[in-house]
Design a protein around this ligand. Structure first.
Ligand SMILES: Nc1ncnc2c1ncn2[C@@H]1O[C@H](COP(=O)(O)OP(=O)(O)O)[C@@H](O)[C@H]1O
Ligand SMILES: O=C(CO)[C@@H](O)[C@@H](O)COP(=O)(O)O
Length: 564
């Protein structure tokens, strides 16, 4: 699908104009944008949906069933984005491809894969029939027990780095996933020469040489103060894990916006761009968006809201904030400390309501009005008074990333009656994600990280009811990234820096990023009503968040799957 920007220049663009391409690899699709370097104007965008989507039922090779909480992806789906979305976007932009001076990519993280020394994914070798040979998507949650051991040992040994991750490393990050491979499929682990984020692997595809970016290494790979966890610590986890970082991760780290190579002849043929143009260091889809939204200054909290939500904010101080995902010096932009928190399911939670089905008359109404079901349920829910549905929910349908960092937690909805309608549940879950974000904002501020502005980017920004609920629940104005392709624009901005068109990310952000300040403002009476519901949410949060019942239910579920 391509969409030339309404203001795209005539096909014969000015000779002097220069452009970059940003490619955002999301959970369900890849998006490419063509951007004018001098002012960030987006000329065109193209989207390519992953043919295999999220692989969470059966392995594509051989069809082996996958256990619960697994989530994989197919490397060929990612290559296909380069082959389809990039040339489509360039063609739709109506520019001479030779005017593109750089390309940059961003990826969901921690989406990580085992490869041979030359970068060949093990999923594309004779090991393709083994689930652990495949890339683990960021939402792969089957390594929670491994994460629990990592955390217990780190605290027992007083490892300094654990405080940088809010006190708990997530099951979603690199080390828990690698330890799971080692202990569940040693052959795959021994064959793995490189354990690499997809954010860096796709750059390897573009340049033909390996590189590693400072963002994923810091936030997802426990790289702090110039080092990975010690061999002594790793050996204490599992003696065979001692050299994991030294043998499978170690590589010089590249700063964000730096040039890590040139577009190879092969990749030029895929993308239709000129061989030799600048290729920027890989990046994470959330952190790269700060440039697109002009949200790189201290205190600007950017929530990238899509399948999940990532909260990223800079501060001039290094603070230990309990329950956040991590803090990395220069993790978002040079010269300050980048903090990250998140919610593992937001858009996915709303999609779950749709997946449960809605009454046939709802479907008829949506068809008659030309609405998708998100729009239909949003419209039906919009008119309710705050609390009118009688429900409060916990948004943990895919676990809790922040501030509890526990992917064995699950969702809760209280107050259901025979009169509860689909739009009531939909709205209660919209509100639950807002309450979850309020917990995160309050934890950041209590931990010494001020939040002066709340900005939203990502696919959910288009839901006006959701944005208004966030404004009311947070009692803050909600600013919006101007671009509806925030991560891809952010990558295009980093490409412009890598190509030397702008001195650094801050300068490029000022020239190419855009945000719409205070698009939504809080309504005091609704905010008061939400304070009452938030207090109830907090009671549920603190009761169910300790594990207890939810962990027991998860253990019973898993026992039924493993048969005892
Ligand atoms: N109008 C809407 N209201 C609420 N959620 C939506 C709406 N449209 C799409 N979604 C959800 O947004 C998510 C996709 O977000 P998007 O930012 O496009 O993708 P990604 O997470 O891959 O970056 C899906 O989970 C989908 O269910
Ligand atoms: O975890 C991160 C970033 O740190 C995200 O890549 C991950 O939550 C997936 O993001 P999306 O919801 O697919 O945009």
């Amino acid at each position: 699908m391509t969409s030339p920007h309404p203001l795209a220049p005539t096909p014969h663009s000015e000779e002097s104009e220069q452009y970059t391409v940003g490619v955002d690899f999301g959970t369900l699709s890849g998006r490419a944008v063509v951007v004018r370097v001098r002012d960030g104007e987006e000329l065109a965008a193209a989207v390519h949906a992953y043919r295999h989507g999220v692989i969470d039922r059966h392995l594509p090779h051989g069809g082996a069933p996958l256990p619960p909480d697994w989530a994989l992806q197919h490397p060929q789906d990612w290559r296909d984005v380069l082959r389809h979305a990039v040339p489509q976007a360039v063609a739709a932009a109506g520019i001479d491809p030779a005017a593109v001076i750089g390309i940059a990519t961003d990826f969901t993280a921690c989406t990580v894969l085992p490869t041979l020394a030359d970068g060949t994914p093990l999923a594309e070798t004779e090991l393709a029939g083994r689930p652990h040979a495949w890339p683990k998507l960021w939402k792969h949650h089957a390594a929670q027990s491994h994460a629990d051991r990592i955390n217990e040992l780190a605290h027992a040994r007083g490892e300094k780095w654990i405080a940088r991750y809010g006190g708990r490393i997530s099951a979603e990050w690199q080390f828990a996933k690698a330890l799971q491979v080692l202990e569940e499929d040693p052959l795959v682990y021994e064959t793995c020469a490189r354990w690499i984020e997809a954010a860096d692997w796709i750059v390897w595809q573009l340049t033909g040489t390996e590189s590693r970016n400072a963002c994923t290494a810091g936030y997802k790979g426990i790289h702090q103060d110039g080092a990975y966890p010690s061999e002594e610590y790793l050996a204490a986890l599992n003696p065979r894990f001692a050299d994991f970082a030294r043998t499978r991760l170690a590589f010089p780290l590249s700063a964000l916006g730096s040039r890590v190579g040139s577009l190879s002849t092969e990749a030029a043929a895929w993308t239709g761009l000129r061989p030799g143009i600048a290729v920027a260091a890989g990046n994470v889809d959330a952190h790269v968006t700060a440039a697109a939204a002009q949200a790189v200054e201290d205190g600007q909290l950017l929530a990238i809201m899509g399948t999940s939500t990532c909260h990223v904010v800079n501060a001039p101080v290094l603070a230990d904030v309990p329950g956040i995902c991590g803090v990395v010096a220069g993790g978002i932009v040079e010269g300050t400390y980048g903090y990250e928190a998140g919610q593992s399911a937001v858009g996915d939670v709303f999609a779950w309501v749709l997946d449960q089905g809605v009454p046939s008359d709802y479907l008829t109404e949506a068809a008659d009005r030309g609405e998708d079901l998100h729009t239909l349920l949003t419209r039906k829910a919009a008119g309710q008074p705050v609390g009118g549905h009688g429900l409060v929910a916990l948004d943990w349908l895919n676990g809790n990333r922040s501030v509890l960092v526990d992917h064995h937690l699950s969702g809760v909805i209280v107050g259901l009656t025979l009169a509860t309608r689909p739009e009531d549940v939909y709205r209660a879950l919209l509100e639950a994600t807002a309450f979850g974000t309020r917990v995160i904002v309050e934890a950041l501020e209590a931990g010494g990280v001020p939040v002066h502005e709340f900005i939203v980017a990502g696919g959910l920004a288009k839901n006006e009811l959701l944005m208004q609920i966030y404004s009311d629940v947070l009692r803050r104005p909600v600013s919006l990234a101007a671009s509806d392709q925030g991560p891809a624009l952010g990558s295009a901005i980093h490409a412009a820096v890598a190509a030397g068109a702008h001195a650094d990310v801050r300068t490029a952000t000022a020239a190419m990023g855009r945000r719409l300040p205070a698009v939504h403002t809080p309504d005091p009476s609704r905010a008061d009503a939400y304070d009452v519901l938030f207090a109830e949410y907090q009671l549920l949060h603190d009761h169910f968040g300790t594990g207890g019942l939810l962990h027991r239910l998860r253990k019973i579920r898993d026992t039924t799957h493993t048969g005892g």
